[in-house]
Design a protein around this ligand. Structure first.
Ligand code: HMG
Ligand code: MG
Length: 301
């Protein structure tokens, strides 16, 4: 078994994957205040919104306003979800350091989520990636449903590999592999990484676990034993994809930090500031978030 990494990079996706799934409207001013709190926590990347069709994701319909108002910390890379050229145009106007393009390994989730077949999606993203790279942006390619699809069931590593190849050909810098419905167990993670790591160095791969069934921490441990040291997570465990029935929140940044710091792995992130950010957004949403370590922190206050 490989040694655990000494450093792990966390991308905080709460303001995007987290809020996209919330029915309660969070005002632009509150989003900005929350992102500003996150910016001072030591995080090196914050995915702060989505420049998608606002009718599909009403919770983030103020993406441009939020992007223009956040206080930028030069140590943080600010990225956002971008589905097409219109989204890229808005994102560049609002200010991004990184663009995250996205699609699925499974045909049906791709259709429901972005209204295109997989083959129709490649040229659209190709144009976005090229333009984003020409303007000097870092580009991540998300691939959803890499383990299971809510409509098609089990997805093979070969299906994922095909999408990885196309996105890397387009010029994405790295790939974020999404357990969209939080269904994977560690053996599925092993099977996928065994295939992908024959083709790509670990530096290209980010793992993005939702925690529907409480398996995300086990899956992160498994990934780290394969040398993976980049993960996406959300404060409090917010999140989910409105176009993936049954998908619960992402793994909580609070819980991941408790694990990593307990293992002696560096992240550069201040755990207390993430807990405070968890309390802030929990109060704004008016509900208890799923993170266990956030609950422990809140009870101890
Ligand atoms: P479409 O309906 O095929 O596009 O959408 P269209 O070009 O026909 O446009 C339809 C309408 O949307 C038009 O407006 C466009 O102007 C508008 P109308 O004429 O009806 O008034 N429009 C836009 N408006 C603002 N910004 C834009 C934009 N594009 C079109 N960028 C599209 C195609 C991809 C845009 C749409 O299907 C969409 O927005 N989908 C996004 C769905 C989404 O955000 N899902 C959640 C994020 S993915 C996720 O959570 C998974 C992830 O976390 C990883 C994991 O967990 O697996 C990343
Ligand atoms: Mg997600």
């Amino acid at each position: 078994m490989a040694r655990l990494p000494e450093y792990v990079q966390i991308k905080e996706v709460g303001a995007r994957d987290g809020l996209q799934n919330e029915k309660k409207w969070i005002s632009s001013a509150d989003k900005v205040a929350w992102i500003n709190m996150l910016s001072e926590s030591g995080l090196s990347e914050i995915e702060y919104t989505s420049f998608v069709n606002p009718k599909m994701i009403p919770a983030l319909s103020d993406a441009r306003e939020v992007g223009k108002k956040i206080r930028r910390n030069p140590k943080v890379l600010y990225s956002a979800l971008v589905p097409n050229m219109k989204g890229l145009e808005y994102a560049l106007e609002a200010g991004i350091d990184g663009a995250s393009v996205f699609m699925s390994a499974s045909e049906m989730h791709n259709q429901k989520n972005i209204n295109k077949t997989i083959n129709e999606t490649f040229p659209v993203l190709d144009e976005v990636v090229k333009e984003a790279k020409d303007t000097g942006k870092r580009v991540t390619g998300y691939i959803s449903t890499v383990f299971d699809c809510p409509y098609e069931g089990r997805i093979s590593p070969e299906q994922v590999l095909r999408v990885c190849e196309k996105l890397l050909e387009s010029g994405v810098d790295d790939l974020s592999l999404g357990d969209t419905i939080g269904s994977a167990v560690p053996t599925q993670v092993e099977q996928l990484l065994e295939v992908l790591m024959k083709h790509y160095p670990k530096e290209k791969l980010i793992l993005h676990f939702h925690d529907t069934r409480g398996m995300a921490i086990a899956n992160i441990m498994t990934s780290m034993h394969y040398g993976i040291n980049r993960f996406d997570s959300t404060v409090g465990g917010l999140g989910g994809c409105p176009y993936a029935p049954g998908a619960a929140g992402n793994v909580a940044t609070n819980d991941v930090l408790y694990l990593l710091h307990g293992l002696g792995i560096e992240t550069g992130i201040n755990e207390k500031k993430i807990q405070d950010a968890g309390i802030y957004i929990q109060n704004k949403l008016g509900k208890i978030l799923p993170s266990r370590s956030l609950a422990y922190f809140a009870n101890a206050q």
